[in-house]
Design a protein around this ligand. Structure first.
Ligand SMILES: [Zn+2]
Ligand SMILES: [Zn+2]
Ligand SMILES: [Zn+2]
Length: 393
């Protein structure tokens, strides 16, 4: 992600900022412009952006009411919430201790995930009702004592997220229990969001579905059986040469979700590195990826020339600081190939205007996509494979 400049004083500010630390201006992100602008109550927004219609803007109600959002919307919009917050169908009970703080972290991660999608030309629309199979809705749920566990997962455009994933201690305990190299809130949103992207833009497009199956396998294979087998037997011994993670080996749906989530990570990270002028022995990085449309470079070139040098630098630096590797992943050729398929399929979805290629396809109307619970809320931890790492020696 690019750093932003305060539109009042030009100080560097960040996507997550609600206020400029230099001049004190309140800051609001305008998703239609992908810009962070200074604004003041009862005043026209500062520095209307080029191409802006000049329509007055107002902050999302979740900003004024709870302080958990910094996105703006048109002042005339009858909906009180921004396009990120209006995806929520359920939010946690904010009267409970800690819930407001954890919910704020979820919203922050969600906005970053959406930013990447918007840059890719993909704009999930909120569900219009229970029959709207293609819209997106989120249930952000806190586990209740004595109740069924909250399973993070996706089903037919509904993402359920366990609020505990926003609690650093609980998330780290889960990470260790499942032998994962890392586990992040943003990663959960990218992963569950990837299931949604498949459901929304790939499952109903016959050509896209064929390309998906050629790369990831047939997702119509029984999901429940596959997950039970995975949790019983663990990943295949050679998983690290074929998958981005052990969990990706469980089922084609999970391979897609893990690979697609990783592709979104690389997109964000490469843009960030480029925007900060970080170029590591890489002529291609001079092309300033921050200013390019995403996917302008072929995936293998993007990965090998721009991302891996940065990732290796991050790992080397972390080791100097006595910390664990920032990027504990291998990118074998099979994974790079699948990332290329992800890039092509998402690019095709965006080129189609974010609409399904074939709306008449019955799969688009009520696709019987399986519920794919993730995050192993009740699953048996898998045998811990050796954590892969890119080679820094
Ligand atoms: Zn400022
Ligand atoms: Zn909002
Ligand atoms: Zn999944």
């Amino acid at each position: 992600m690019t750093p932003f400049a305060c539109s009042r004083c030009q100080q560097t500010v960040f996507f997550e900022n609600h206020q400029c630390g230099n001049c004190g201006a309140r800051l609001g992100f305008v998703p239609g412009l992908l810009r962070l602008l200074a604004w003041a109550p009862d005043a026209a927004i500062d520095a209307p952006a080029e191409g802006d219609s000049g329509a007055p803007l107002r902050p999302c109600a979740n900003s004024s009411q709870y302080g958990v959002c910094n996105w703006m919307l048109d002042a005339g919009d009858p909906h009180p919430l921004c396009r990120s917050c209006r995806l929520n169908l359920t939010i946690p009970d904010l009267s409970q201790p800690g819930h407001l703080d954890r919910w704020a972290r979820v919203e922050q991660a969600k906005r970053r995930w959406l930013y990447t999608l918007l840059r890719l030309g993909l704009s999930p629309q909120p569900k219009q009702g229970p029959d709207d199979a293609l819209g997106l809705g989120l249930h952000i749920l806190a586990p209740q004592p004595g109740a069924e566990p909250v399973m993070t997962g996706h089903a037919t455009g509904l993402i359920t997220l366990n609020l505990d994933e926003a609690d650093d201690v609980r998330r780290e305990m889960a990470r260790a229990a499942f032998g994962e190299p890392w586990r992040t809130l943003l990663g959960h949103l990218r992963h569950e969001g990837a299931h949604y992207l498949h459901h929304r833009w790939i499952a109903g497009d016959a050509a896209a579905a064929d390309e998906f199956r050629a790369a990831f396998g047939d997702e119509r294979a029984d999901y429940g059986d596959a997950l039970m087998r995975y949790h019983r037997e663990g990943p295949p011994g050679d998983w690290a040469s074929r998958y981005i993670s052990a969990y990706a080996s469980a089922h084609p749906h999970e391979d897609w979700a893990e690979t697609c989530a990783h592709w979104l990570l690389v997109q964000d990270a490469v843009q960030t590195a480029g925007a900060w002028g970080l170029s590591l022995h890489s002529a291609a990085a001079q092309a300033d990826p921050a200013q390019q449309p995403l996917q302008a470079l072929p995936p293998d070139q993007l990965l090998l020339s721009q991302w891996l040098p940065v990732a290796q630098f991050l790992n080397a630096m972390n080791r100097s600081l006595g910390l664990s590797d920032s990027y504990p992943f291998l990118l074998p050729p099979a994974v790079v190939h699948k990332m290329g398929v992800v890039a092509r399929l998402l690019g095709r979805a965006a080129a189609a205007g974010g609409a399904p290629a074939n709306p008449a396809n019955p799969a688009n109307a009520a696709a019987p996509a399986p519920t794919v619970p993730d995050a192993g809320a009740t699953a048996v931890p898998t045998p811990s494979p050796p954590s892969p790492t890119i080679t820094n020696g």
